[in-house]
Design a protein around this ligand. Structure first.
Ligand SMILES: [Zn+2]
Length: 273
């Protein structure tokens, strides 16, 4: 497989803290989830790149609001997105099992990953995973349209992808996610190391290397670990103290997501045991 360069273009800084991912080969570029056009146009101009097309993971404005302006500037580009996204500028609609070959010898496969929203898809091959708002560094997206069951299934699909994949998410929430993860899973030594190594120099640089691997997420991200080990045991204990007391994957995931929502709002969470 040819070498493809990946760049994270910071966008919507101080509101949503998005990364718009750029895939570059020679002077050609594909863009994933342009929530605004201006930083993409600057990136392309600065590097003398020609835009070939756009990939969209889901319906939210911070992932699609730059598409119209980019399409005006580059009329020949192709726009791919999920089959279920109600966004008229999507020209090629994708579902699970579809494949988009954006560069010669560089196909991206489509994985349906609903849960954050009902329409969410992710893109992957044997090098890279681009999963929008489904999974973040040390965290995951909120449930804004999908169901806990869908979300749990989507995370399990990602869990089954190979460890070595470089992992690219659409928001820079690593710092807060690591705080929650450390409180929830304090005995996890890999997580402890990750939190120590993390440094927050974003957004003063363009990230030109993958910020994480899937292996790192499997080892340290509680949302990739809710189905097993110490993370599951804590969630099971918590559920036993509540009215439901059941522990399907959907229940376990939803409980963890609920605790993170509580942490996001109040800076703490109450785990029953
Ligand atoms: Zn979203």
């Amino acid at each position: 497989m040819d070498t493809i360069q990946t760049f994270g273009i910071p966008a919507l800084i101080s509101t949503y803290e998005n990364y718009i991912w750029a895939l570059v080969k020679h002077d050609k570029c594909w863009i994933i989830d342009p929530g605004e056009a201006e930083p993409v146009l600057k990136f392309l101009t600065d590097r003398g790149l020609s835009l070939q097309g756009i990939l969209i993971t889901h319906r939210h404005g911070d992932h699609i609001n730059g598409v119209a302006e980019l399409k005006q500037a580059f009329t020949n580009i192709i726009i791919y997105g999920p089959e279920k996204t109600p966004f008229p500028l999507i020209e090629n609609r994708l579902k699970e099992g579809d494949k988009v070959t954006i560069f010669e010898n560089y196909p991206l496969h489509v994985l349906e990953t609903p849960g954050h929203t009902e329409d969410h898809i992710s893109f992957y091959n044997n090098q890279h995973l681009f999963c929008g708002d489904t999974l973040f560094n040390a965290g995951c997206g909120r449930i804004l349209g999908g169901t806990p069951e869908e979300y749990a299934n989507s995370i399990m699909k990602i869990n089954h992808l190979p460890d070595q994949l470089d992992f690219f998410c659409a928001h820079e929430y690593t710092s807060d996610n690591l705080k929650f993860a450390r409180l929830f899973d304090p005995e996890n030594n890999e997580l402890k190391k990750r939190a120590q190594q993390f440094n927050t120099d974003y957004p003063n640089r363009i990230i030109d290397a993958a910020p994480s691997t899937l292996q790192e997420e499997k080892q340290t991200n509680p949302f990739m670990r809710f189905h097993q080990g110490a993370v599951r045991a804590k969630l099971e204990a918590h559920l036993k103290k509540t009215d439901t007391g059941t522990s399907s994957l959907a229940e376990l995931f939803n409980t963890l997501r609920g605790l993170k929502d509580e942490f996001d709002q109040t800076g703490e969470f109450t785990l029953l045991s």
